[in-house]
Design a binder for this molecule. Structure first.
Ligand code: ADP
Length: 326
């Protein structure tokens, strides 16, 4: 049986809708199992500055529907240094925190893995990122909400694109992953998705777009993942416009609206299940694992696996997009 008495929670790195639902779930499941809970503010920074407060059930009331994170988030360079991590460890000892649940993306889990092995400290991670780029879970907390935000925005752009018979390049987030662009394209009936996992040349793109216009479509929409590999929407649009001046090309960069908003039911349920599973994991003496849900089953994914393995794009999705955009 675990010797843990007090669990600290933090959110770190890029924020994602559903982080609050996760904070609520971890707090309530911990209290339900007799643990004390402390909220750590501003990610790993709070461990260095000591911004920490006790959390009771009422601290997490009425937040399941709120976007953002009540614990705030930050990027903390100091935590990347051994001295910074030692300060963080001293804070945990001083606060009587003997396990951590960290909610964040790839960087957050990398930091957690290093810290856990340096100090033999129990940490469980929850995948909180709109990018869906963590291996070992079908989706990450925030991804579904961001996808729905993209869908609503692109539907609106489609109205104006159709009225003016324009070709739109719409840039979406995703860092080095194309999940938002590819699934966003399928959900909006876009003509193509340019994603870092698959190289696309301008002439291939032209083929797709020409097909679209030829088949009596009067607008074309291409979703572009923001990654350096794709070059981004602006860069692509400039290249296409230069080679095909007959097109009326426009660019929209959706930007930070993708990170905000009330989480969807999917993300609230995912965050609630994962938060509750994080406490089960600690009760079972699991450590240095990320909670994943695959095929509707909770899985404990070692940090190494979650971070290091690239999550593959499903070819079937690509084929579906191609077939349906003719
Ligand atoms: P995300 O978690 O969304 O991927 P970041 O990549 O910005 O966001 O990482 C969040 C934080 O995690 C960083 O600001 C830093 O404090 C910590 N972190 C990231 N990489 C490392 C690392 N290699 N060593 C220690 N801490 C790290």
């Amino acid at each position: 049986m675990s010797q843990i008495k007090c669990i600290g929670i933090l959110t770190s790195g890029g924020d994602a809708p559903g982080m609050n639902a996760a904070i609520r779930a971890v707090t309530r499941a911990a209290i339900y199992n007799g643990f004390e809970v402390k909220g750590i503010y501003r990610g790993y920074k709070g461990l260095i500055t000591g911004e920490i407060a006790p959390f009771k059930t009422q601290n997490v009331s009425n937040i399941i529907q709120q976007g953002g994170t009540i614990l705030k988030t930050a990027r903390c360079q100091e935590f990347k240094t051994p001295e910074g991590r030692k300060t963080a460890y001293d804070t945990l000892v001083k606060e009587g925190i003997d396990a951590l649940v960290v909610i964040g993306g790839d960087g957050t889990l990398t930091g957690a893995r290093i810290f856990a092995s340096e100090f033999n400290f129990p940490i469980v991670g929850l995948p909180g990122t709109i990018d869906n780029d963590l291996f070992g879970t079908d989706t990450t907390i925030g991804y579904d909400t961001a996808l729905n935000t993209i869908m609503e925005a692109v539907d609106k752009i489609r109205d104006t694109a159709t009225s003016h018979e324009r070709l739109f390049f719409i840039e979406v987030m995703g860092r080095d992953a194309g999940f938002l662009a590819l699934n966003g394209a399928i959900a909006t009936g876009a003509e193509a998705a340019i994603i870092p996992e698959i190289s696309t040349e301008v002439d291939q793109l032209e083929e797709l777009i020409k097909n679209g216009f030829r088949k009596s479509k009067n607008s074309s929409i291409v979703l572009v993942a923001e990654s350096p590999t794709t070059g981004g929407a602006m860069h692509l649009a400039e290249r296409v416009q230069k080679e095909y001046p007959q097109y009326d090309v426009r660019v929209t960069i959706l930007g930070h609206i993708q990170r905000g908003g009330s989480p969807t039911a999917h993300d609230r349920i995912l965050a609630s299940r994962m938060g509750s599973a994080a406490i089960d994991a600690l009760l079972e003496d699991q450590r240095n694992v990320m909670i994943g849900i695959r095929n509707n089953e909770i899985e404990y994914v070692p940090f190494n696996k979650a971070i290091k393995n690239d999550k593959p794009i499903d070819r079937e999705l690509l084929n579906t997009l191609r077939r349906l955009s003719i």
